[in-house]
Design a protein around this ligand. Structure first.
Ligand code: SF4
Ligand code: SF4
Length: 319
C-alpha cells in the first residue's frame, strides 16, 4: 500500500499506518449552520448553511454511545445550539448517564430564543468549550467579525454568574487559535495571560485554556492561498513534526459523526469528506465498536497540523 507523506513520516515509529486505540469520545457534528462566519473556519459554517442532524440519527448515536461505553459525548457544529433537537438530545444523553460537552461560540447564547439556554446547560451539567481566540478585542474581531468580542464577554459573564468556570461540575474551557499562519504559543503561559487580562478587565473566570493549531483547510486554506502562503505554512507544520504528539492524537481516542450520520476519524477529515475507511463501518447505522476501536486511520498532509510543536487536538496541546 502506498504511504502518504504523513504516513512516511511516522512509519519508523508506528511501523506503517496510524491506528486508533479506543473510543473514549463520540464527537457529534449537529449541523453546519452557525450565527458566525469566521475567517479560520475549516468547516465553512455560516448562517446560510442548512445541513442539520435529524432526530433518527441522534437516536442511533444514543445507541452507539451505550455500545461503545464512551466517556464523553462532544457536541459541535456549526453552532450546535441551533439544531432544533439540541435540548432533547442533551437531555437524552444525560438520562443515559453520559457526560456531555458543547463546543460553543459564545455569541449564539445571545441570539433570539436562547435567553434561558445557559440555565438549561447548567441544570444538565453540560461542560462548555468556548471559542475565544484572544483576550484583545482587535484580534477577536479580525478573526470572528465585528461585535463578537463584546458579545463573547457578555456571554462569559452570564455563564460565570451561574457557576461556570468556578464550580468543578461546570467547566468553562476557552479555546485559542492563532490569528494567522503560525503555531500557538505555550498553552500554560498563554493561560496565565488570559487569566490576568480577562480577570482584570471584566472579572471573568474560566477553567482551562486550550490552544489549537489552525488547519490548512476550508476558509483558512483559502485565506492562505489568497496571501500566497499555503506552501510556507505547510512547510512550517511539517518541519515542526513532534513524534511525542502521536499517542495523544484525538483520532486515536474518538470517532466523529457528521450531521448525516457518516463516521470520520476526526473533525478535520469530516471537513475534507474523508470518511473512516480500511474496512471499518462508515455510517452510524452500521456502528460496530469492535471494528471501530482499532481501525486504521485515514491520514493526509493536513495531519501535520496535529503533530506540529506541542501538538493540537480538540482538547488543546498534546505535550
Ligand atoms: S469557527 Fe465556529 S463559530 Fe466560527 S463559523 Fe466556524 S463553527 Fe461558527
Ligand atoms: S487530522 Fe485527524 S486523522 Fe489526522 S492526525 Fe489529526 S486527528 Fe488524526
Amino acid at each position: 500500500m502506498d504511504l502518504n507523506n504523513f504516513e512516511k513520516q511516522i512509519a519508523e515509529i508506528t511501523g506503517g499506518g496510524l491506528y486508533s486505540q479506543r473510543i473514549e469520545i463520540l464527537q457529534v457534528n449537529l449541523g453546519l449552520q452557525c450565527n458566525q462566519q469566521c475567517l479560520h473556519c475549516h468547516l465553512e459554517a455560516s448562517p446560510q448553511r442548512r445541513e442539520m442532524m435529524q432526530w433518527p440519527t441522534m437516536e442511533l448515536i444514543l445507541k452507539a454511545a451505550e455500545q461503545a461505553h464512551c466517556q464523553l459525548i462532544d457536541l459541535t457544529g456549526g453552532a450546535p445550539e441551533l439544531n432544533p433537537h439540541f435540548r432533547n438530545f442533551v437531555m437524552a444523553i444525560r438520562q443515559q448517564g453520559h457526560p456531555v460537552q458543547v463546543r460553543t461560540n459564545l455569541t449564539v447564547l445571545l441570539e433570539p430564543g436562547m435567553a434561558d439556554l445557559p440555565e438549561f446547560l447548567m441544570e444538565h451539567e453540560v461542560g462548555l468549550v468556548a471559542s475565544m481566540p484572544c483576550y484583545l478585542k482587535e484580534n477577536v474581531c479580525a478573526q470572528r467579525g465585528e461585535g463578537v468580542y463584546e458579545k463573547s464577554v457578555e456571554a462569559m459573564k452570564r455563564l460565570n454568574a451561574l457557576g461556570y468556570g468556578s464550580k468543578p461540575e461546570l467547566p468553562l474551557n476557552l479555546v485559542y487559535n492563532p490569528g494567522g499562519p503560525f503555531l500557538p504559543p505555550s498553552q500554560s503561559a498563554l493561560e496565565e495571560d488570559y487569566r490576568r487580562e480577562l480577570g482584570q478587565r471584566f472579572g471573568i473566570t474560566f477553567t482551562r485554556l486550550l490552544t489549537i493549531t489552525n488547519m490548512p483547510l476550508g476558509r483558512f486554506r483559502r485565506e492562505l492561498d489568497r496571501q500566497n502562503r499555503e506552501w510556507e505554512y505547510s512547510r512550517l507544520l511539517r518541519q515542526a513534526f513532534n513524534p511525542e504528539t502521536l499517542p495523544g492524537l484525538m483520532c486515536r481516542h474518538q470517532v466523529s459523526i457528521g450531521w448525516d450520520g457518516m463516521l470520520y476519524d476526526c473533525d478535520f477529515n469530516l471537513a475534507l469528506g474523508l470518511t473512516v475507511n480500511h474496512g471499518a463501518p462508515d455510517h452510524i447505522k452500521n456502528f460496530k465498536p469492535e471494528e471501530l476501536r482499532v481501525r486504521r486511520i485515514v491520514t493526509g498532509d493536513h495531519c501535520f497540523g496535529c503533530t506540529a510543536g506541542s501538538g493540537s487536538s480538540c482538547g488543546g496541546a498534546l505535550v
